[in-house]
Design a protein around this ligand. Structure first.
Ligand SMILES: C[S@@+](CC[C@H](N)C(=O)[O-])C[C@H]1O[C@@H](n2cnc3c(N)ncnc32)[C@H](O)[C@@H]1O
Length: 362
């Protein structure tokens, strides 16, 4: 701005126009949720939390105390968070492993990862203690090897393959992903039918539905979400072009005309879950991680996995049990750990969570 264009110091502050919306209320996600600007709307954030909801653009870490009790992170530990998300668990683990420890955080979401990295940096976790790495956790051994060799070259040592003391995986999607209509995860908002956590890879749900055959879709609905009307819905939805989340939800309702509204909603949720698992290849990433975990842990190292539905929990349970029988793990959770009633009340997203842990044999 040239000097001549500067306002006179005594001039009144320029009038700020109110943001104009097309209708009576804001429609755009960014305009609607004041929590997206927490610095200026701390009171709104507090109100949202008190009502048992998660402020838009954030994620509340689930079962923090139970996870810390299972992982026992201590100063000097090397910790891996396979699913960094908003960094809520990472932040808690970092507080326990400092001084001397390091945390490597993985996430394959290219939209949220940079935001989380800057958030954790702004909390004071610099490059010497926290590394964010964009990757699918199925590639954990390669990411760990690269991490150790960069540590070794920084210290002037030769790279050796060491394991982590602590590994956490908090599966599924974050609240930031679910609540952003542009990502197409939630039936609550109308958005493009996408549901990819990494939109740079694979195909969207819309593309999958457009070309899948009825029997393959029925199989997927049943395998990924135990959907009881899998065959019927498979036939109704396969090969169709749906561009939005609401168009798919409407088609599910239309295919189940005699089903009560609340039950139709359960079918919709299961179909959405099954399709999300499919386009993100979630089960094969989890199976790969479970196979590779023992090699990524130090002897005596601990892993904790938080799952959100039976397909995930079955896999974790089986893998930990067979690891115990084979002597790979010295101890595993005998019972699944659930969120306390108070947490389930204050954060309903914790209600389906199941935690299992294992300790690598020495
Ligand atoms: C439930 S959130 C994790 C929240 C996190 N614990 C926190 O406290 O903020 C799950 C995160 O894992 C990521 N994710 C899911 N599957 C993944 C995979 N196979 N590889 C890497 N990241 C994955 C998602 O993108 C999402 O950000």
């Amino acid at each position: 701005m040239s000097e001549a264009a500067l306002p006179h110091p005594d001039a009144p502050a320029p009038h700020q126009r109110r943001v104009r919306y097309a209708g009576k209320n804001p429609r755009r996600f960014e305009d609607k949720y004041k929590e997206l600007d927490p610095q200026h709307h701390a009171d709104t954030v507090a109100k949202v939390l008190a009502s048992g909801k998660t402020p838009a653009g954030t994620h509340r870490p689930i079962m923090v105390a139970e996870i810390l009790a299972a992982l026992v992170p201590k100063p000097g530990d090397l910790a891996v968070d396979c699913t960094l998300g908003y960094g809520g668990h990472a932040q808690e683990i970092l507080a326990k492993i400092l001084p001397g420890g390091k945390l490597l955080g993985l996430d394959h979401d290219p939209i949220e990862l940079p935001k989380t990295e800057s958030r954790l940096r702004s909390l004071g976790f610099d490059e010497t203690v926290f590394t964010a790495h964009r990757s699918n956790f199925a590639g954990l051994p390669q990411v760990l090897a690269g991490f150790f060799s960069s540590l070794a070259s920084a210290d002037g040592e030769s790279a050796g393959v060491r394991g982590a003391d602590v590994i956490l995986a908090d599966l599924g999607v974050s609240s930031m992903q679910i609540d952003d209509p542009a990502r197409g995860f939630s039936v609550k908002f109308s958005g493009p039918l996408d549901m990819r956590m990494n939109p740079q890879r694979g195909q969207s749900v819309a593309a999958l539905l457009a070309k899948i055959k009825a029997d393959a879709l029925a199989h997927l609905l049943s395998e990924n979400a135990d959907e009881p009307k899998a065959v019927h819905l498979g036939a109704a939805l396969a090969g169709k072009n749906f561009t939005t989340t609401h168009a798919l939800a409407d088609a599910i309702r239309a295919a189940l005309p005699y089903v009560a509204k609340e039950d139709a909603h359960l079918h919709i949720r299961r179909v959405f879950q099954a399709l999300r698992i499919a386009v993100n290849d979630e089960f094969s990433a989890l199976d790969t991680l479970l196979r590779q975990l023992p090699a990524c842990l130090k002897p005596g190292g601990r892993v904790a996995i938080l799952t959100f539905h039976s397909g995930e929990d079955r896999r974790v349970k089986k893998s930990f049990q067979s690891g115990l029988w084979n002597g790979i793990y010295s101890a595993i959770a005998t019972e699944v750990v659930r969120a306390a009633a108070e947490e389930q009340r204050s954060n309903p997203r914790s209600a389906p969570a199941k935690l299992r842990w294992a300790i690598r044999a020495a």
